[in-house]
Design a protein around this ligand. Structure first.
Ligand code: GLU
Length: 497
């Protein structure tokens, strides 16, 4: 096995989020760990945008990632927006680099072109599933002769480039071992490592190729990422070997978990950093809370209060103390911690926080026009807009249940609304037709459809215009409100049974 980078190499770490939607709390957690690691060692912290999966690409996501990480104080030394000596830092601007590297692997026989069609691959997959075998590429195109390859290329047959997992071309190794700095050696039998696609037929690399090429070219010494990537690591180590490169050190961090220990998910916890920002959490409380995950901070810091700053984390955090059991993301605890931070503010600073968030001019000036036509005296402003400022509203059944609907079908429709809204752009132009189409499909009148959503978001049957209100209230908080509504209703139904 190849050695890890020498201890003298200047430390360079990175986070590599994919812009596929709202920035995730998991990105902040891994970002925090990378930030601490770099700052403790006088190293560099790189932000790279992994945007090669064009099917999941969301154009507004990148800016939201920048904004929310900066809000948390996790600043990077190199990245798409700040530049640096190893750019570009956006993978979609590096496709030529990946193509050249894929060609190197084709030339040294550690990768091959695969001309199998989607139908052929699908047929094999079905057979394997029927035979209870794990779905794997059967290696059909590994053994094409140079003439067959030429003929396929001449016929313009589309192809992908796959990694040739040994044994292949005289390399007889049957397994790959790498060291995880928290777990020790981990070995994967090559029988369990698929001939991974490295370049797709559209000329874009897959995550694996782009990630390894970039980590090498950006001189990353330590890959600190979530443990869900452990199973990808043997593929990465094989790629380092195929290029003849030294591997970085790997640190796989335990995944954040819901209270029930499942992997953290939006159904059970708000996961969008935009939500936390808009709902009025303080960045220092979130950073403190994420720093408690996994046990890297000594328990006796600040008299065991569990309260510490980012600077204190850089001073005291011990990576090798991280416990592998999944840390639980307990929102109740985060709220408690946030309260502690709020109480510590001077009255002036507290007021300034309010004015920066839920009483900001930007927010109020969007709300005002929604009520101007609906009130007689200014004092009624609060009556109509309370829901914009509340953490929670919970309409009773007489408010949200349409006359001719059962509770069950109403909750099912609200769940459909949620799924739809999760995938809809947050503009009135996009929301209106999407909601109407859903109503038509499920035979819900526009009135019933909008009334239900209005009740869930505003807690009332009367409100400023619904779609405009949704847009101003924001996607992250609106979706959270629908999720909490469904959750509460489900719990109530369960206790009645
Ligand atoms: N693009 C991957 C992600 O979205 C990066 C994983 C890694 O750090 O290697 O998390």
């Amino acid at each position: 096995m190849m050695t890890s980078p020498s201890t003298e190499a200047p430390i360079r770490v990175r986070i590599a989020p994919s812009p596929t939607g709202d920035p995730h709390v998991g990105t902040a957690y891994i970002g925090l760990l990378n930030y601490i690691y770099a700052r403790q060692r006088g190293g560099q912290f790189v932000l790279r945008i992994e945007d090669t999966d064009r099917t999941r690409f969301v154009s507004t996501s990148e800016q939201m990632i920048f904004d929310s990480l900066r809000w948390l104080g996790l600043t990077w030394d190199e990245g798409p927006d700040v530049g640096g000596p190893h750019g570009p830092y956006r993978q979609s601007e590096r496709t030529e680099i990946y193509r050249q590297h894929a060609d190197l692997l084709l030339a040294n026989g550690t990768a091959y072109r695969c001309f199998c069609t989607a139908e052929e691959l699908d047929a094999v997959r079905k057979q394997q599933i029927a035979a209870k075998l794990p779905p794997r590429y059967p290696g059909t195109c590994r053994h094409l002769t140079p003439e067959q390859i030429e003929a396929n290329l001449a016929a313009n047959k589309p192809f992908v480039i796959r990694m040739a997992v040994p044994p292949h071309n005289g390399d007889t190794t049957a397994s790959t071992t790498f060291r995880d700095e928290l777990r020790g050696d981990i070995t994967f039998d090559h029988n369990n490592v698929d001939d991974q696609v490295l370049m797709k037929s559209d000329g874009f690399p897959t995550y694996h190729l782009a990630n390894v090429v970039d980590d090498h070219l950006m001189q990353i010494t330590d890959v600190i990422r979530a443990e869900e990537w452990i199973s990808s690591t043997p593929k990465h180590v094989l790629l380092y070997k195929a290029f003849g490169w030294q591997t970085p050190r790997f640190w796989h961090m335990p995944l954040l978990r819901n209270l029930d220990k499942s992997k953290i998910s939006k159904r059970k916890n708000p996961i969008s950093l935009v939500f936390y920002q808009q709902a009025g959490f303080l960045p220092q409380a979130i950073i403190n809370f994420l720093g408690l995950m996994g046990g890297g901070m000594p328990a006796d810091i600040n008299d065991g209060t569990e309260q510490f700053t980012l600077t204190e984390m850089v001073e005291h955090f011990v990576f090798t103390n991280i416990r592998l059991g999944g840390p639980v993301f307990d929102l109740t605890k985060l709220k408690w911690l946030n309260g502690e931070y709020l109480r510590r503010l001077t009255p002036e600073a507290f007021y300034a926080e309010l004015r920066r968030t839920i009483l900001s001019d930007a927010y109020l000036s969007q709300i005002a026009p929604l009520v101007q036509q609906r009130i007689e005296i200014l004092g009624q402003f609060g009556d109509l807009t309370g829901f914009f400022f509340r953490d929670d509203v919970m309409p009773p059944q007489e408010v949200f249940l349409p006359k001719k609907r059962t509770l069950e079908e109403t909750l099912a429709f609200a769940a459909d609304q949620l799924t739809l809204l999760e995938g809809t752009d947050w503009t009135t132009e996009a929301l209106e037709p999407a909601l109407k189409k859903l109503g038509e499909e499920k035979s819900w009148s526009v009135k019933e459809n909008f009334m239900l959503l209005r009740a869930i978001i505003t807690g009332s049957t009367m409100s400023p215009p619904l779609l405009e209100s949704l847009v101003v209230f924001g996607k992250a908080r609106s979706l959270d409100r629908i999720r909490r509504f469904l959750d509460t209703q489900k719990k109530q139904a369960a206790t009645k049974k």
